[in-house]
Every structure is written in C-alpha cells, then in structure tokens.
Write a protein that binds this ligand. Sequence first.
Ligand code: CUA
Length: 348
Amino acid sequence: MLPFRKHFLRVAGPLVIALTLLLLTACGAYDAPQTTLDPKGSSSRIILDLYKVIGVMAAIVFVVVEGLLVYSVVRFRRRPDDGIPLQIHGNQPIEIVWTIIPLAVLIVAFGATVIAIHDINTPGKGTIMNVTVVGHQWWWEFQYPVQPGISRPISTANEIHIPAGQNVHFHITSHDVIHSFWIPQVQRQVDANPGEDNAVYTKVDQPGTYDGMCYEYCGDAHAWMKARMIVQSPAQFYAWTRAQEQSATSPSSALALQGQKVFSSNTCINCHTLSYTGSHASGIVGPNLTHLASRWTIGAGAAPMDKQDLAAWIRNPSDYKPGTLMPDYPALSKKDLSALVAYLINLK
Ligand code: CUA
C-alpha cells in the first residue's frame, strides 16, 4: 500500500466514525426525534417489523454470498501452472439450485410485505376515532367531526391531539397542492392529494409528543410545514376537546377588547375563523384562531407562541417564514398591534 493511502485511511477511518457518532448524538438531542427506529404507533411498528425481517434476510444473503466469494478467491486462486479451470456452463443441478434459493428469498420477502401492507390498511377492532388531516400551503389543518366524545366540530392547526390506546383513522387530503403527512414514530407516510381521502390507521399506546413535517415538496415554505402529534390519556384528551369545542374566550381587559375590534375590522377575518357570538371571522385560508394560544408554535413551527414572537409575526410573517401567504402588516399602528396581541395571546 502507498504510504499516503495508508496514512489517509488511518486518519479518515476514525474521523468518519467520530462524525457518525456526533450526528447520532445530535439527533438524540431533539425532544421528539423523527425516527422510524423507535416506533410508538401500531402502523409504524408494522413497518419496522417488516424492515427487520427483510434486513435479517439481506444480511444472511450478504454474509453467505460474500463469504463464499472470498473463500473461493483465496482457495481457488490461480497458481503458476494451472490450466483452464473446470467449466460448469449448462450444469443443470447447479442452475436449479441457484434459481430456487433467490426465488425462495424473494417469495418470503414478498409474502412478508403483502402481510404488512394488509395489516397497515386494516382498521383496528372496536371504536375508531376519525380525524381529517388537510394539507394547506403551508400548514396542517386537523378537523375532528362530531363523533362519540366530541359534540361540536373542532378545527385546529399544526398540532394534532389523539387519545392513547385508541384506534384512529386519519383521513388525509389537501386544500391545494400535494403534501405528505408523516409523523415517523406514529404512522406511515402518506400523500395528501386534493380531492382524495387517503386512509391511515394507527393506535398509540403511550402518551407522548411526536414530531413530523411535510414530506412532499409543496412550494416556498415547504420546510416550515411542521406538525406535532400530542398523544394524551383519554381524560386529558377529552378535556382538550371540550375546551376546543368552546367559543373563543371573551376579552378580559380593555386592551384585549380593543384587540378584538382591531381583529374584526382588519383583513384578518378574510382568512381566519375566530368563533364567538357576533364574530364575522369565518375565513378558511389560514388556521382557525379560536384557540390560537393553546398551541405551542406560530406558523406551523416557525416561531414559539409568545407575545414578542406573535407581535413580530403579525407585523412581518415572512421574516419567520419566507413565502408564507399571510401578508405583512406595516400599516398597523403600534397601539393596535399590542392590543391585537393582548387579545390573541389569551385565546387558550
Ligand atoms: Cu406541504 Cu411540503
């Protein structure tokens, strides 16, 4: 071996290992890693099990084939006075054996895949909760129709709540272009196509918070189309749905009351819904704001939900999320902006 290559390998090998370990540690630092290797939902568990079956089969094939290859290269390497080696072309038993073995491997892989596809597309037994997931440029809408335990339709954005231990049927669709909904630890990835109702079934056993994002390039702010799934105990979940079924909290101060007026007299109402008696805000282009402050983030993960960020977001959303369809509001006076924020930040 050349000295340079020797030296290079001695440095590069450990460097690659160190970088890989560093990346893995960095991945582990997130609250909710977007990984398929630690499944929490029934549907992603089925996929990981399939990967394991096929991974083990592939590993066995690799070891056997490479082992035989290396053995043959060493054992039967050409020696100085060797002639032409034994020719096996047309040897029927060998042809049959090396056709049957790969065929058997592929039949097992195919069978396991068909079973996994079937299991993933079979709703769990017992009651099923229905949630419609609508992709928008560039945020997620989650609608809960009236069903056992939910007495008024709920519409929320970017944070989907489900009860632990409950079979859930997500109806995936889109308002505009093709998006793709995936919470890797919980369910399989599925495209959100306009006019279609793509089914995803899953059941998560333990409460927890799981993150995901849009997985289909859908335009300017595709990278800021995050989703968070909050799996709660049934008691916590139904406390959440009861709160979400309510109209917006009434303004609790003069400033907040002023904020409500600012909201209803500006173009906010063209795009957003905010329900309270007498509200004219019923837009569906942007997220429903009735319980805005119950969410953790603004703009599908673009900013944390707090007063400063909310004010800066309303003034200039494209600072946080280039390409967002929400226009900037340079004309809003400082006073009106702070009143608006005082109102919105209390809409739990
Ligand atoms: Cu929506 Cu990418």
